[in-house]
Ligand binder design. Structure first.
Ligand code: PLP
Length: 412
């Protein structure tokens, strides 16, 4: 076997990603090691997926135990792990029913298909309009890029599904106006409680509550995309709990499997019941390995200790990030909730968030970006204090280096 290198990646992988030079081979908790044995503090969490860090012993043992029992049956048969996980999700949320799939994209696809089917069955085919928001991200299927609010993701992929409209995020007046003029055609509103990919932008409580009220008034469905904000990320099991609203349908994925691929669409009984045998499906959905790991992750995350620990960890991180920007004036705002943190770069660093990511990686800390102006952190919900401290120190070093280089470039 030849050694994997960044060059061999380019030979065989489609060129739709641009990974850095680091090739990680092992992780434990919130630390990761690359091929050369260099160690990194993980503030990225596999993009809000590894909510319990890497190789958590409870997840490893759940996975390996199930691996010796039963891997797959398809949905032709009911299995214990799927039913157990569905019961846990229904007990912990607004939902009465669950549909399992393998990703956030599929969870949103099922959510929107369910909404369309519900409207069609109850009110007729004219009530098909989906309201979505500018900058939203819901995944990469044709339906999801059409509903998503980032036009560059749709470019060159047409023809696209129709009867979708986009409004400005957090704009209650625009929402009211649209509902008032198109009332009997609105099928659903889909929204992220915090726009993750769009730049870690928080929905305002009045906005979320207006969506709920207008959906109720116009017999439309409120669909929440909690793929990034769910499963403890914000310090509640699901972020909508902060807003005092309940959706009719919700998509969840990412942290749900703690790193094992799984997605789920949750809904009330009234809405779910329009799905009949054969209306929707997924070969791997409800896979015993995935559901077993997700059950173990949910048991660990949905506890007061872990959820309360999220706000404490956020406070530590925000304080450290604030201290960095007090010294170097690199961030103009720190947004998000819980352990979904967005640092908006100042004017002079506009469009250059990725430079912070690369400089951080050079000194042993993994971060993310959300667009070109926001450095994003989404670490494990149980990241140890010592790792937060170490990661912040390394990040400060990276920022110091970047700023020193910048000063030199400006003065020469
Ligand atoms: C990541 C993400 C998705 C897509 O999930 P995949 O698992 O990549 O298909 C959808 N919605 C939101 C809000 C996300 O953050």
């Amino acid at each position: 076997m030849t050694t994997t290198t960044r060059e061999s990646y380019d030979q065989v992988m489609m060129p739709n990603y641009a990974p850095g030079d680091v090739i990680p081979v092992r992780g434990s908790g919130s630390r990761v090691w690359d091929q050369a044995g260099t160690e990194y503090v993980d503030f990225a969490g596999g993009i809000a997926v590894n909510a319990l860090g890497h190789a958590h012993p409870a997840l490893v043992s759940a996975l390996t135990e199930q691996a010796g029992k039963l891997w797959h049956t398809s949905n032709v048969m009911a299995t214990e792990p799927a039913v157990a996980l569905a019961e846990k999700l229904c007990n912990a949320t607004f939902a009465d029913r669950v549909f399992f799939c393998n990703s956030g994209t599929e969870a949103n696809e099922a959510a929107l298909k369910l909404a369309r089917r519900y409207s069609h069955s109850n009110f007729g085919p004219h009530k098909d309009l989906i309201i979505a928001f500018d900058n939203a991200f819901h995944g990469r299927s044709l339906l999801n890029i059409s509903v998503g609010g980032q036009p560059n993701y749709r470019e060159g992929f047409g023809p696209l599904p129709g009867s979708i409209t986009h409004l400005p995020f957090n704009d209650v007046a625009a929402l009211e106006e649209t509902f008032n003029s198109l009332s009997d055609t609105v099928c659903a509103v889909i929204v992220e409680p915090i726009q993750g990919e769009g730049g870690v932008l928080d929905a305002e409580p009045e906005f979320m509550q207006a969506i709920r009220r207008l959906c109720d008034d116009h017999q439309a469905l409120m669909v929440l995309d909690e793929v990034q904000t769910g499963v403890g990320r914000t310090g509640k099991l699901y972020a909508h709990e902060w807003y005092d609203v309940k959706p009719d349908i919700m998509a969840t994925a990412k942290a749900l499997g703690g790193g094992f691929p799984i997605g789920a669409t949750l809904a009330t009984a009234q809405v779910s019941d329009v799905f009949k045998v054969g209306t929707h499906g997924s070969t791997y959905g409800g896979n015993p390995l995935a559901c077993t790991v997700a059950s173990a992750a949910l048991d660990l995350i949905n506890t007061p200790e872990v959820l309360e620990g999220v706000s404490h960890r956020r406070a530590m991180l925000v304080k450290g990030l604030q201290a960095i920007t007090d010294r170097f004036d690199v961030f103009q705002a720190i947004r998000g909730q819980g352990l979904l943190i967005g640092c908006v770069v100042t004017e002079s660093w506009s469009g250059r968030a990725r430079e912070f990511l690369l400089a951080s990686q050079d000194v042993g800390v993994l971060t993310l970006v959300a667009g070109s102006d926001v450095l994003r952190l989404a670490p494990s919900l149980i990241i140890p204090e010592a790792d937060i401290k170490e990661g912040l120190e390394r990040l400060e070093g990276a920022v110091a280096t970047l700023c020193a280089e910048e000063d030199k470039a400006v003065s020469s």
